[in-house]
Design a protein around this ligand. Structure first.
Ligand SMILES: Nc1ncnc2c1ncn2[C@@H]1O[C@H](COP(=O)(O)OP(=O)(O)O)[C@@H](O)[C@H]1O
Ligand SMILES: [Mg+2]
Length: 383
């Protein structure tokens, strides 16, 4: 770093190896002691903050800027000497959370194995390696250790950055750019569901965006679960997902892949209108008096959201706005649930979602997905 004073005097501050040597420390100690006129140098307990190089290294990787922070770790941009880039999630393992961390890593490994076999389009995040600072087994002697989880691809942005002016068309729908990215994310969901994996924590900040045209990558796959054909999972309230994106049945009943469809429905709403259709600090659909007390208010917001979506969808179908696609008819189907007053039919599966006629021109861009027959369309009076 250079500092110039009045354009004439220039100080140059540099980190050198010498600064870490005993000789330097000894000379510094003497200098400070002399300057202070105090006790003999050996008794001074003085340590200057070391000008650390602005780099943190883990294994082969040099960490850069923070990309995001989640529940229990921070994620950094990282590069290696060959110019490869990755995202590195640094998680602090303690005796309290070590089982959870080890389980997340195990799941990431299983999803990675699955993705290597079945995900040609790189739509699902993979784990490249894990770097343990104190060995793979957690030792309670050390109280805590850092684990670096190397993830690929590194996505410079997420749907969190897309929700807003870049996506929002309000009553016009969402921008084509957003609709294409949303569809690409659904194709990632299809890869997982076809392999009988449930993501379980889909939300804007857990879907990465990379490249041009934008490609979507499902992130945060460490809480995914695999289920058998026709199988389901037991509810474990408070252990998975994010309030605001939890399907109503998730914390109350056995559930399956369709919880991911619900979460993607909420994201569809946010991409369209740039706000969440209902916001609660706790899940109205969990056992408990305080939770249950929120249900009437939820049902009201829910109905408003459906009405608005369906109304705008119908108008947009009649007179579409150039550059926008309204997916309101699809939203209404994606957020069907058992206890809804009048939207309680079965939620569509991922193929039905991808074949919905609301996609319009975007349907043609994925030849592998057959066009859904039009009698399922909202215009026939469903909802
Ligand atoms: N592969 C990646 N590339 C770029 N950013 C990432 C990547 N993985 C995670 N992030 C960023 O870090 C944040 C937290 O990571 P995530 O895996 O979701 O952790 P948590 O389980 O704590 O939510 C994400 O919301 C995202 O912004
Ligand atoms: Mg996350």
């Amino acid at each position: 770093m250079k500092i110039q004073l009045a354009g004439k005097l220039e100080y140059c501050f540099q980190w050198t190896e010498f600064a870490a040597k005993d000789e330097f420390m000894e000379r510094r100690r003497r200098y400070v002691a002399g300057a202070l006129g105090g006790p003999p140098p050996a008794n001074i307990d003085f340590e200057m903050p070391t000008p650390l190089p602005n780099k943190r290294v883990m294994g082969n990787w040099t960490l850069g800027d923070a990309l995001g922070a989640g529940g229990h770790g921070r994620v950094f941009f990282a590069s290696d000497p060959s110019g490869n880039v990755a995202a590195i999630k640094v998680v602090e393992r303690t005796s309290r959370n070590c089982h959870g961390v080890d389980k997340e890593i195990q799941t990431l490994q299983e999803v990675t194995n699955f993705a290597q076999r079945s995900d040609d389009g790189e739509r699902v995040l993979r784990m490249a390696e894990v770097i343990y600072s104190n060995g793979e087994e957690f030792s309670s002697k050390t109280a805590f250790d850092n684990v670096a989880i190397v993830l690929k691809p590194m996505t410079p942005q997420t749907f969190g950055d897309l929700v807003g002016t870049r996506s929002k068309g309000g009553s016009n729908g969402m921008t084509i750019e957003a609709a294409a990215a949303f569809r690409a994310a659904l194709l990632g969901v299809k890869v997982m569901h076809d392999g009988r994996w449930l993501h379980r924590d889909l939300k804007p900040t857990n879907i990465g965006l990379i490249g041009k045209p934008l490609r979507s990558v499902l992130l945060d796959v460490g809480t995914s679960r695999h289920i058998q054909a026709g199988g389901s999972l037991r509810p474990e309230p408070g252990t998975v997902g994010t309030v605001g994106y939890l399907a109503p049945e998730l914390e109350l009943e056995d559930y399956d892949h369709s919880i991911d469809i619900w979460s993607m429905g909420i994201i569809l709403f946010e991409l369209t209108y740039n706000y969440h259709p209902w916001k609660y600090a706790i899940n109205p659909w969990r056992d408990g008096k305080t939770n249950e007390a929120l249900r009437p208010s939820f049902q009201k917001s829910y109905q408003n959201a459906i009405d608005k979506m369906v109304r705008d969808y119908r108008n947009a179908r009649v007179s579409p706005a150039k550059g926008y696609i309204h997916l309101g008819g699809l939203f209404a189907e994606m957020v069907r649930y058992r206890w809804a007053a009048n939207n309680h039919a079965q939620r569509p599966d991922i193929d039905e979602v991808l074949q919905h006629p609301a996609w319009g021109p975007l349907l043609l861009e994925s030849p592998q997905v057959k066009r859904r027959r039009l009698e399922y369309d909202l215009e026939d009076g469903e909802v």
